[in-house]
Design a protein around this ligand. Structure first.
Ligand code: ADP
Length: 381
């Protein structure tokens, strides 16, 4: 008799987050984060994972427990090679390493996490869950950029999309909230965290998403610019004398809300707007304008929209963002109930007005539960 627990590991460049989930009832038995890897006592990922193992052991939930059925690893980039939850073998590790040029900031840490976890429990099934996988169904017309095909193919340039685990979980949960099967509903998912992305999901299948080759494209984010004219980059190089790395840092780390007003936290921006701060107001307006453009675009892509779903830190918590993003969209059949929108809560809920043709919902995302669910489904087949 195999166990029902799954350890979910999210190995980032300087931290490892973990959750131990019991798939018998979806409950969390343990969770935590080991931070500042490379500084001070936690020398490297190996030390970090050993600390995770020790923390679990001290709660009687050690990695040696027979209750543990699998480890589920979040992997950011699966390229076109990985479109499903994948049982990790030596060959799979090599393939994920080959994708490092597409995700130089993320995949190396993911690979290290996998290697160390396999050393700690070589006999245990370990499963890779890719952030890109849910978007692998996007049709070529939406996935390809309009550039020379041979060049694009030589360098793997296409829309991959990210936050897929969240978009998958949230679109399914929204269907459930409506009492329908995912195959029956068309959904626009707005994942608004520090990173932010939108997706168009038709009958449970993703058909477009706002992030592209990397997580830089699309919505205005905490520190990323999202969409911009690609010629801005040549201009900054030729006229501004900036290097590719300088521009990379500018667009990924010093742009978005932070670049516009000096703050990337929506709570702080809301507070400043309340004091009449004009830079914060403009940053908010630019953020909302971009969001509305994607809602309009994905409405056209889907043809019929049944639900718009807000999730992640901003989407779940900021009534002001939801209100501004959805106002004056009655021509699209979208009407929010101001009182419902203002209610704070931690469970999935509708915020649309009685007569709204499109349901508007807030659905807390749960990427760890989704990773555990997918990993468990694979090993218990
Ligand atoms: P990450 O992309 O790091 O996973 P989260 O989904 O946790 O991010 O979202 C983090 C962001 O959520 C914060 O930067 C902040 O802007 C926003 N946020 C969190 N709580 C609130 C709140 N109560 N009101 C408005 N925004 C919030």
């Amino acid at each position: 008799m195999r166990g029902t627990r799954v350890l979910v590991l999210n190995s980032g460049s300087s931290s490892v987050k973990y959750q131990l989930v019991d798939m018998a009832d979806g409950s969390r038995l343990a969770s935590g984060i080991v931070e500042r890897i490379g500084e001070g006592p936690v020398a490297d990922h190996s030390a970090a994972l050993k600390q995770v193992a020790d923390e679990l052991s001290s709660q009687g939930l050690g990695l040696d427990s027979p209750e543990l059925a699998a480890v589920g690893h979040r992997v950011v980039h699966g390229g076109t090679r990985f479109t499903e939850p994948t049982l990790i073998t030596d060959e799979v590790v090599e393939e994920i390493e080959k994708l490092i040029p597409l995700a130089p900031l993320h995949n190396p840490a993911n690979v290290t996490g996998i290697k160390v976890a396999r050393e700690l429990r070589p006999d245990l099934p370990q499963v890779a869950i890719f952030d890109t996988a849910f978007h692998s169904t996007i049709p070529e017309r939406a996935a390809r950029y309009a550039i020379d095909t041979a060049t694009a193919d030589a360098y793997g340039i296409r829309r991959y999309g990210f936050h897929g685990t969240s978009h998958a979980y949230v679109s399914r949960a929204a269907a459930k909230l409506l009492g329908k099967d995912p195959s029956e509903v068309n959904t626009i998912v707005l994942h608004l965290g520090n990173g932010a992305s939108a997706s168009a999901v038709e009958g449970g299948v993703c058909v477009d998403t706002s992030m592209g080759l990397t997580p830089l494209e699309g919505l205005v984010m905490g520190t990323r610019s999202g969409d911009l004219d690609p010629a801005v980059i040549f201009h900054l190089a030729r006229v501004g004398g900036m290097s590719p790395d300088d521009i990379d840092t500018l667009l990924n780390k010093r742009s978005g809300l932070l670049g516009l007003c000096g703050d990337n936290d929506m709570r702080e921006i809301g507070r400043r707007m309340g004091e009449g701060d004009r830079a914060a107001r403009l940053a908010f307006d630019i953020y909302i304008h971009r969001l509305r453009k994607y809602v309009g675009a994905y409405t056209a892509v889907l043809g019929r929209v049944d639900a718009i779903v807000f999730t992640a830190g901003v989407g779940e918590n900021s009534a002001a963002v939801r209100e501004a993003a959805m106002q004056r969209l009655d021509a699209l059949g979208i009407e929010v109930d101001a009182a419902l929108n203002a209610v704070r809560g931690s469970s999935a809920r509708l915020i649309s007005a009685e007569g709204s043709r499109v349901a508007v919902a807030v659905v807390p995302t749960d990427e760890e539960l989704e990773i555990a669910t997918q990993a468990y489904a694979l090993v218990s087949d």
